[in-house]
Structure formats: structure tokens, C-alpha cells
Ligand binder design. Structure first.
Ligand code: SF4
Ligand code: SF4
Length: 391
């Protein structure tokens, strides 16, 4: 769909937009060698693959023990695909940035044909839901759909309606990053991105059914229950933690967000934490993360969003992450003043503490003063609860 800001744009440009040939036997040989887990079928646009190849891929991956999901632009879904999704229990992920004008970072010739395709994608989502298929949506935020509060409000209403009307409650909102300098510039400024994220975070907590991410993940992070999504954990661009890709020729690669020069680099042996270790040593005023209240739950953000297009730098959306965490802490503490979030945890062994958080087995409980086992006077708010600790 020639979407502006697509993070695989450089790869397509290098290929002169010709689909690369693929070798299913080589792909399946590699997946058989790897430890089976959750596999996401991904493109480019994965539904350009002939249905019989897709069926063979699903059959073999399922036989190898993988659970399946698929990420698509949603425009090409036919009845045969729906049957395939049901047969192999494929969870459907659709990339959609909103209704009508909010989705015009897709470029299908004219606004009219872009809008017609947007409407068709929505119809396909409804068809999938009617067929009982799970659907989640990834929405990429740019000036087009999140450049001001009115647009974010419209986006929120659209997402909420998809939940109420069709049971689509799983959304992920990602900021668009675009280093191409192509006009018009659609990447959100740091201030716009921060305002949009805080507004979406506030909307998320209006309804417990809204599994809108990363906002709920950020709350888990503040609670010590992991580091999600992958942008909040250390990520090595040569061995990306969250993505172990199998490329079309069966080679093992990385998250294609890192293919900034159009080259899908092969995977290095074991991940290194150089970037995060160095960012932690550079003060925030000099462009690093040292001294930032949220360094334990952010780690500099996704390397592909590095300032100036350089993965070594911290994310250009630093303000967005900081403001969102600060907003969430205010909300949590407003309700539970005795809550002790991860930034306030003390330790003699930082590495051990971080490992326990990563493993979702935190060494500290954020609700200690509220637990009868911990305090003589458990309470969500009283000072006594914190002071009268049981021996
Ligand atoms: S490059 Fe970014 S999106 Fe990709 S795995 Fe790493 S942190 Fe996640
Ligand atoms: S919020 Fe900004 S300064 Fe803080 S850890 Fe994240 S990127 Fe670094």
C-alpha cells in the first residue's frame, strides 16, 4: 500500500519493490531447528503469498509445534484465508491506523481509493470476527491520525467502537518513525507524541476490556511484572531480543525495524547489552539515560527509533515514554499512595533486581505496606502502614 513511514521501506526500496523469491523448504528446515514457540507470519504483505504455500507453511509449522499469528494490511483477505485461519487457529493481526482520513498514510493512488480500501479492511475485520477469528490491531501513530487532541479523540472512539461492536479489544499503538525525510513530514514531534500517548493511556483505563498496549504493559513494568514491549527492554540490533526472524531464504535474521540501510542483517550469536549499558552511563542532559527516573523500565527505547536514525542513541520518543510513565505513576499513586513502584525500589544488587523483574518474579512487592503480613497497620494510604513494619 506504499504506506509512508513503513519501517521496511528501505528494504523495499533496495529491492526496487520487487517481491523477493522465497524458499519454503529452507524456511521450514530452519524453523524445525529452532525452538518452537509463537510464530508470526509477516511480510511485506504476507497475504500476497499463494494460498497453497500459506497452507503448507501453516501445516508444517503447526506440526513442528508452533502457535500461529499473522500480520497483514487486511485488504486481501478472502474466504479461503478465513478458512485457513480457523483451521490452524491463526490469530489475525491487522495493521490499520484508523477510519477514513486517519488512515491516509496508506497511499493507493487517490484519497478516494485509499478510503475505499480502508472501508474494505474494516469489512474484512468484521468478517473475521463473525467467523470467530481473534483479531488484534496495530495502529501506527503519525501526524495524520494523532497530530492533535481531536484526532486522538477520534482514534479513541473508533477503537472503542471496534471493541463494543465487534469484540476487538486488543490494540497496540506504535509511534511512526521515519528517517526518509520524505514530504510531508508525518512523524510526530516529541511533544505531539507525548500528548497523544498520555491521552491514549488515559482512555485505556476508562474500560477494563481495553487491552490497549503498551499502556497496560507499562503498568506491569512499574509494578515489576516484566519489561514490555520489547522497546522497554535491552535490544541488540544484531540479535534482537523479541524477534528471531526466518528470512525468505531460510536464513536467521532480526527485527526488520533495524534494517535501516535496506539490508536484513544475519543474526549474531548472542545478544549484547552495550547500547543500554552505555546509555545508563551518559547523563540525560548529554543525550543518555543516566539519572532518568524511568531507566529501569525503559532502557532507552527501541534502537530503531534512535535519535538521528542512529541505533546507538536513545529513542527520539524519550519524552513520550517519560511523560507516559509519569502520568501512570500519578494515576496509580492517586488511588494507592502507599504503592512503591519500581523506580523507588532499593537494592544492593541492581543486576539481580533487574533479572527478577525480567523474569516476572520481582524481589520486592510494590504493595508491601498494604499487606497484613508486612505491616502492623496495612493501609493503602496511611503513613503508619509504612512506618509500622512487622519485624
Ligand atoms: S528493534 Fe525495536 S521493535 Fe525490533 S525487537 Fe528490538 S526493540 Fe523490538
Ligand atoms: S525515558 Fe528517556 S531518558 Fe528515560 S530511560 Fe527512557 S529514553 Fe532514557
Amino acid at each position: 500500500m506504499s504506506c509512508q513511514g513503513c519501517y521496511e521501506h528501505e528494504v523495499f526500496a533496495r529491492n526496487k519493490n520487487h517481491p523477493e523469491p522465497y524458499d519454503l523448504d529452507a524456511i521450514l528446515k530452519t524453523t524445525a531447528r529452532l525452538q518452537a514457540g509463537a510464530a508470526t507470519l509477516h511480510g511485506g504483505e504476507i497475504l500476497l503469498m499463494p494460498l497453497e504455500d500459506l497452507t503448507r507453511l501453516c501445516e508444517q509449522l503447526q506440526a513442528q509445534g508452533y502457535s500461529l499469528s499473522l500480520q497483514t494490511n487486511g485488504a486481501l483477505i478472502r474466504d479461503g484465508h478465513l478458512e485457513l485461519f480457523k483451521r490452524f487457529k491463526v490469530s489475525l493481526g491487522v495493521s490499520l491506523n484508523g477510519p477514513g482520513a486517519l488512515n491516509r498514510d496508506r497511499r493507493l493512488g487517490s484519497e478516494r481509493s485509499t478510503d475505499a480500501t480502508t472501508a474494505r479492511v474494516r469489512e474484512n475485520i468484521v468478517r473475521a470476527r463473525t467467523a470467530g477469528i481473534h483479531v488484534g490491531i496495530i495502529t501506527v501513530l503519525s501526524k495524520t491520525n494523532a497530530g492533535d487532541a481531536y484526532k486522538v479523540e477520534a482514534l479513541t472512539e473508533w477503537a472503542a467502537a471496534l471493541g463494543e461492536e465487534h469484540g476487538v479489544w486488543d490494540f497496540r499503538f506504535n509511534p511512526l518513525h521515519d528517517d526518509s525525510e520524505e514530504e510531508p513530514l508525518i512523524e510526530l514531534s516529541p511533544a505531539e507524541a507525548a500528548a497523544a500517548y498520555v491521552q491514549l493511556a488515559a482512555a485505556t483505563f476508562e474500560d477494563e476490556r481495553r487491552h490497549w498496549l503498551p499502556f497496560r504493559e507499562f503498568v506491569d513494568n512499574l509494578w515489576g511484572l516484566g519489561l514490555q514491549p520489547c522497546w522497554m527492554a535491552p535490544c541488540d540490533v544484531y540479535a534482537t531480543g523479541a524477534v528471531h526472524s526466518v528470512l525468505g531464504d531460510g536464513a536467521e535474521g532480526n527485527c526488520l525495524r533495524t534494517a535501516k540501510d535496506g539490508i536484513a542483517y544475519l543474526r549474531a550469536g548472542s545478544p549484547q547489552g552495550f547500547r543500554q549499558d552505555i546509555l545508563r552511563q551518559i547523563p540525560t542532559e548529554d543525550g543518555g539515560c543516566k539519572g532518568c527516573r524511568y531507566v529501569r523500565v525503559c532502557a532507552g527505547g527501541c534502537p530503531a527509533e534512535g535519535e538521528g536514525g542512529d541505533w546507538r542513541n536513545k529513542s527520539r520518543f524519550c519524552k513520550m515514554y517519560f511523560d507516559t510513565y509519569a502520568f501512570l505513576e500519578r494515576r496509580l499513586r492517586g488511588l494507592l499512595p502507599n504503592l512503591t513502584t519500581v523506580p523507588d525500589w532499593t537494592t544492593n544488587d541492581e543486576a539481580d533486581l533487574m533479572a527478577s523483574i525480567n523474569n516476572r518474579r520481582p524481589l520486592v512487592s510494590p504493595i508491601n505496606p498494604m499487606r497484613p503480613e508486612w505491616s502492623r497497620r496495612p493501609s493503602t494510604f496511611s503513613n503508619q502502614a509504612r512506618e509500622e513494619r512487622k519485624p
